[in-house]
Design a protein around this ligand. Structure first.
Ligand SMILES: Cc1ncc(COP(=O)(O)O)c(C=O)c1O
Length: 378
């Protein structure tokens, strides 16, 4: 499968979760779109390109089981979240309830926006290892107060690579009348995602990670009746205050000045690639292989498994923590001396090593990693 990607065949690439990797077939479609743009920039940007954009958004909406009018393309989750944070009009004393497991850049962004509004970020501690959803939910809701205005939670956490029980959280947030925002950066193409069933208020996802798109392709989903409250980051031609109804969300967000939006146009190519190569079946195999290896990695790293190795908690990434191991040094050594690329992510004061496993990987690569870790830590 690795031949289907541009990945360097001489390295062991176990870091799909960071920036994804795009199949050659999809890169080709992407570059063809770029060439179409350059042949007639005016005609493309104002004509066929726009039509292709609408078509691609419909394909993505179909993949995510939602109405295409409730989605807009954005370059990355950070841009989507900053647009949301700027729009929600936090007031002095308001609280944003989140966890100690969130992606660092978005922690920084929440701190920034809450500080400006004199609002407060409340980070419930999710204790690791996780033993049960009930216990985790109790820990999460312990941060709820009568000042909680917003809930923000990752569907799959970044450093610790754990699936959070967001369906329960969205349901309860709705009952309580609290705005619920889900950071699903790692979810599209990785975990089952049916937005109509999950019914979050706001959901963001990256298409360039597990959905295999070229970089700079993500989405922002906003429930229909909240769309008028969410402004784009950049105010441009589409921002016409008198515009209301179903066109407004697209019009406000879709035109952000001159950009190459070719990456957004590749949804059909990504979805077709998945179908053609039986990607779903293959990724299911990846999950079981990684779960088989997880206890071995935990053993060599002197770490505990962070959660039960089931679909409820894990996917195609596994993270490990041991404060006695300098994870950054280990990562550098693995890269330099063993040609292995993986992630080390800092979460507050702790460093987690994270392994991603895709159909382009092989069990032999996990064995190679185990040997490398053993040799370095010996
Ligand atoms: C959970 C989570 N949220 C958000 C992001 C943000 O992605 P970006 O920095 O590309 O905006 C990431 C990136 O890996 C992530 O893991």
């Amino acid at each position: 499968m690795k031949d289907l990607f541009h990945l360097d065949p001489t390295i062991t690439y176990l870091n799909h979760g960071a920036f994804g990797a795009c199949p050659k077939e999809v890169v080709k479609v992407y570059q063809d779109y770029q060439l179409s743009l350059e042949r007639n920039p005016t005609g493309w940007i104002t004509g066929q390109g726009r039509e292709a954009l609408d078509k691609s958004r419909k394909s993505l909406a179909n993949f995510l089981s939602c109405d295409h009018r409730d989605l807009v393309f954005v370059p990355n989750p950070t841009a989507a979240m900053n647009a949301v944070m700027k729009s929600i009009n936090l007031q002095k004393g308001d609280e944003v309830l989140t966890t100690n497991q969130e992606y660092g850049a978005l922690d920084i962004a929440w701190d920034y926006h809450c500080h400006s509004a004199q609002a407060k970020v409340v980070r419930s501690t999710i204790e690791l290892p996780i033993y049960s959803a009930d216990k985790l939910l109790d820990q999460f809701w312990s941060g709820l107060t009568d000042r909680t205005r917003v809930i923000f939670i990752s569907h799959m956490t970044s450093a610790t690579a754990l699936v959070m029980p967001v369906a329960d959280i969205c349901r309860r947030a709705r009952e309580l009348g609290i705005l619920c925002i889900v950071d699903g950066a790692h979810v599209p193409g990785h975990l089952d995602l049916d937005l109509s069933t999950l019914d979050p208020d706001i959901y963001i996802g990256a298409n360039h990670k597990w959905l295999l798109s070229p970089k700079g392709n993500s989405f922002l989903y906003v429930r229909t009746d909240l769309q008028d409250q969410i402004d784009p980051l950049a105010i441009s031609w589409g921002y016409q205050p008198l515009l209301h109804g179903r066109e407004r969300f697209q019009s406000y967000h879709q035109y952000q000045g001159t950009v190459d939006f070719s990456a957004y146009l590749c949804m059909d190519a990504c979805i077709e690639f998945r179908r053609k190569y039986g990607w779903e079946q293959r990724t299911e195999e990846c999950r079981s292989i990684l779960r088989k290896y997880a206890p071995r990695f935990a053993e060599v790293l002197g770490s505990k498994l962070l959660a039960p190795q089931t679909d409820e908690w894990t996917g195609q990434m596994a993270s490990f923590y041991n404060p006695a191991v300098d994870m950054l040094k280990l990562k550098e050594n693995l890269e330099r001396n063993h040609g292995i690329v993986l992630a080390v992510n800092r979460l507050h004061d702790d460093e987690y090593i994270r392994i991603s496993y895709q159909p382009y990987n092989q069990e032999a690569e996990l064995d190679h990693l185990l040997d490398g870790i053993r040799e370095i830590l010996r």
